[in-house]
Design a protein around this ligand. Structure first.
Ligand SMILES: *Cc1c(COP(=O)(O)O)cnc(C)c1O
Length: 620
C-alpha cells in the first residue's frame, strides 16, 4: 500500500484502514465519511475540517517534553508557553485551544491591537500574555489596561522609543504596571525562508548598547523591577537545531549579564517560536533534523549550564511555538471536479474514411502497443503529435484531424503507463512527468494554501479513499481561479500519483494536511473566493464524533459588501437592467430575480460540474 508519506508527516494523527484515511482517535471516523455527511446538507465546495483534539495533543506534547527534560536535568526554573495569535486567530481554533490548556501555564501572544483585544478578552486570568511587534502609545496603553484587569501581561520592547513611551504612560496611568520584556538582537539566526526574524540585520530587537541604555532608563524611572523577561525569535520552521543552540547560548549570557547589572527581577528567557513541522511526503525532502525530545533537552541543558557557570538562578523558560501547535489541527478537503484528459475518451474519436497517414500510424501504434515496445511506441506517438500539430499550423490538416491526434496520443499514453506501471524505469518516470493528468480541484490555492503560492511551501496531499487500490496517474493539481499560478506542480523527484476516476460517476476528494498554521489568515480572496466552509469534529464521552461550529463560506452578497460595494446599488441596478431589457416580460423578470437572489446568497465556489447533479440524485 502506498501511504502518500503518512509515515513521514502524519504525526500519528491519521491512519489508513479499509482503504480510507481515518482520524486516529476515539471512534476513528473516516475523513471521507465526515465529508459525505456534510455534503448531504448541501455544502459542496471545499471544506476546512478542524480537529480540536489535535490542538490538545500538540500542547500536551510540548509541555510533557519540557517537564520531562526539566526533571531529568533537575532544572529549577519553570516552563511556560504562549500561542502567537498571528499564526491562527480564528475563534474556532482559539477558543478550544484556551479550553484545552486551562490547567497548564499556557497563554497568548499578541502582535497588534486587535490581537491584544482577543487575548484580553479570552485569555484566562493568571495565564501569561506577551505582546511583541512594533508598538505605539495606544498599544502600550492597552497593555496597562490589561494589567488593570488583572492579566499577567508582558510588553516586549522592540526599540528604545517604545520604552520611552512605556515610561510616559506609566507616569500617566499609574499602577498596576504591565511587566516589561526586552527583545534582544542576536548574532545567531535561523536558516530557511523564514529566517529574517533573528540575526544582526534582523528587523527586531535591541543591540547590546541599546540593552545597556534600556537598563539605565528602567533604573532611572524606577521601572527596573517590572523588567522580567528577555525575548528572541530566530525565525519560523527551524530546520536545523544548531542555530537555535547558538542563540540560546547568546541569550543565556545576556540574561546573566543583565542580572549582574541590577536587573534582579529578570527571571525569564522567552525563546520565541520556530519549532518545525514535518511537511514532507518524500523521505529525501525532510524539513527538520531534530525531535522534540532533543529540542527540549538541548534548551534545558544549555540554559542550566550557563546559569550555573554564571552563578545566576535558572530562569523560567517561555516558548511561543505557533506552527507546531496549530498546523496539524486542520485539514482542507478539495473535491475533484474534473480530470482534464477525460474528454480524450475513445468515444471522442471522429475518424474519417481517409485519414492523414500519420494519424493512420497513430491508430496502428495504439492497437499494437505491448509492454516490450511501449516506450518506443510512446516516443513515436509523441513525435507524430509534434509533426501533426505543425501540419495543422501550416494548414495541411483540419481541426477534426487535430482532435483525432490529441485523442489517439492520449490513449497511447494512458495505455503505455498502464502497461509499464510495474516497472520503475527512469524513462517511465520522465514520461509520467510529461504526461501528467491534470486534476481540477474545487478550491483556491490563493485562499487556502497561500504559502504554496508565495513561498513554494509544500503541504502533504492525498486522496481520502481508494487507498487499497494503487494510484497510477501522475498528477498535477489545478484550482478554480483563472490565474495560471493556481497550479500545484509535481515532478519525478516528488511525484503525486492519483487514481483514475470517472468524476461523472463517482466522487473523489483530496485532503491537504497540516494547513492549520498561517494559511487561513494569509489566504487572499483572489477572484473573490473566500474562506471555505469550516466545521469542527469533536468526540463525546462515548467516543462518538459530532460535527460542531459549522460555518458556511461567505455569500457573494457579503463578499461584495466587504469590498465596500453598495449591495443595495447592486440589487437596484440588476433589477433595473431586467426591467429595461426588451427580452423579458414581467413574469420572467420575477423568476430571474428569484434565481439571482438564490445565487447571490450562496458562496462562490462551484456547486457541481455540469453533470454532477445526476450523480447526486443517484446517491440520495
Ligand atoms: C511568528 C512568531 C512566532 C511563531 O513562530 P512559529 O514558527 O509559528 O512557531 C513566535 N514568536 C514571535 C515573536 C513571532 O513573531
Amino acid at each position: 500500500m502506498y501511504d502518500f508519506g503518512l509515515e513521514i508527516w502524519g504525526n500519528g494523527d491519521f491512519v489508513i484502514e479499509e482503504g480510507k484515511v481515518k482520524v486516529n482517535f476515539a471512534s476513528k471516523p473516516a475523513l471521507v465519511d465526515i465529508v459525505n455527511q456534510v455534503r448531504t446538507k448541501g455544502f459542496k465546495g471545499p471544506l476546512l475540517i478542524r480537529f480540536p483534539h489535535l490542538i490538545k495533543k500538540q500542547i500536551d506534547e510540548i509541555f510533557s517534553h519540557f517537564y520531562r527534560a526539566s526533571k531529568e536535568y533537575k532544572y529549577s526554573g519553570g516552563f511556560k508557553a504562549v500561542f502567537p495569535l498571528k499564526v491562527n486567530q480564528f475563534p474556532n481554533f482559539i477558543l478550544p485551544l484556551i479550553e484545552c490548556s486551562k490547567d497548564l501555564d499556557y497563554g497568548l501572544e499578541a502582535g497588534s491591537k486587535a490581537e491584544l483585544i482577543i487575548a484580553m478578552t479570552y485569555n484566562i486570568k493568571g495565564h501569561p500574555i506577551t505582546v511583541n511587534g512594533f508598538k505605539d502609545r495606544e498599544l502600550i496603553s492597552l497593555g496597562f489596561i490589561a494589567a488593570a484587569m488583572g492579566h499577567d501581561i508582558t510588553l516586549t520592547i522592540e526599540g528604545l522609543n517604545e520604552l520611552e513611551t512605556i515610561i510616559k504612560v506609566a507616569s500617566e496611568m499609574g499602577e498596576p504596571y504591565p511587566k516589561i520584556g526586552l527583545r534582544v538582537r542576536l548574532h545567531s539566526s535561523g536558516i530557511g525562508v523564514w529566517a529574517k526574524s533573528g540575526g544582526i540585520n534582523s528587523k527586531f530587537g535591541l543591540t547590546s548598547s541599546e540593552l545597556l541604555e534600556a537598563v539605565d532608563m528602567l533604573q532611572e524611572s524606577n521601572l527596573i523591577s517590572e523588567f522580567t523577561m528577555i525575548h528572541f525569535h530566530i525565525g519560523s520552521q527551524i530546520s536545523d537545531i544548531s542555530p537555535l543552540k547558538k542563540a540560546l547560548r547568546e541569550a543565556g549570557n545576556i540574561y546573566a549579564g543583565l542580572r549582574k547589572m541590577g536587573a534582579t527581577n529578570l527571571k525569564a528567557i522567552n525563546m520565541g517560536g520556530g519549532l518545525a513541522v514535518e511537511y514532507s511526503q518524500h523521505p529525501n525532502f525532510a524539513n527538520r533534523n531534530y525531535t522534540l525530545e532533543e529540542f527540549s533537552n538541548d534548551v534545558i541543558f544549555l540554559i542550566k549550564d550557563i546559569s550555573i557557570s554564571k552563578g545566576e538562578p535558572e530562569p523560567d523558560i517561555f516558548i511561543e511555538s505557533g506552527r507546531f501547535i496549530s498546523a496539524n489541527h486542520a485539514v482542507l478537503i478539495a473535491p475533484v471536479l474534473e480530470l482534464f484528459s477525460q474528454e480524450y475518451d475513445e468515444d471522442a474519436l471522429r475518424l474519417k474514411e481517409k485519414n492523414p497517414p500519420l494519424i493512420e500510424e497513430l491508430k496502428e501504434l495504439l492497437s499494437s502497443i505491448r509492454e516490450k515496445n511501449a516506450i518506443e511506441y510512446l516516443h513515436d506517438a509523441l513525435d507524430h503529435m509534434e509533426s501533426l500539430l505543425t501540419l495543422f499550423d501550416l494548414g495541411y490538416i483540419d481541426l477534426q484531424d487535430r482532435s483525432n491526434t490529441e485523442v489517439l496520443v492520449h490513449l497511447i499514453i494512458k495505455k503505455s503507463v498502464e502497461l509499464l506501471k510495474s516497472r520503475n524505469h527512469h524513462e517511465i518516470m520522465d514520461i509520467q512527468d510529461r504526461v501528467q493528468e491534470r486534476y481540477l480541484l474545487n478550491f483556491s490555492i490563493f485562499q487556502s494554501l497561500p504559502d504554496y503560492w508565495g513561498l513554494d511551501q509544500r503541504f502533504p496531499v492525498m486522496p481520502l479513499d481508494r487507498l487499497d487500490q494503487k494510484a497510477k496517474r501522475s498528477a498535477s493539481l489545478w484550482d478554480i481561479t483563472c490565474d495560471s499560478d493556481g497550479e500545484i506542480e509535481f515532478n519525478k523527484n516528488r511525484p503525486l500519483f492519483l487514481h483514475d476516476v470517472d468524476i461523472k460517476k463517482e466522487d473523489y476528494f483530496l485532503g491537504f494536511f497540516l494547513i492549520g498554521a498561517y494559511q487561513e489568515i494569509l489566504g487572499m480572496r483572489h477572484n473573490l473566493f473566500t474562506h471555505p466552509t469550516e466545521l469542527s469534529v469533536v468526540f463525546d464521552e462515548k467516543d462518538e464524533m459530532k460535527v460542531v461550529n459549522l460555518l458556511e463560506s461567505q455569500s457573494i452578497w457579503d463578499v461584495l459588501d466587504d469590498l465596500d460595494y453598495d449591495i443595495r446599488d447592486v440589487e437596484k441596478i440588476m433589477k433595473l437592467n431586467l426591467e429595461e431589457s426588451p427580452f423579458v416580460d414581467e413574469q420572467k423578470q420575477k423568476s430571474i430575480m428569484g434565481k439571482l437572489y438564490l445565487i447571490l446568497s450562496e458562496n462562490g465556489y462551484l456547486r457541481t460540474m455540469t453533470n454532477g447533479d445526476n450523480k447526486n440524485e443517484q446517491n440520495n
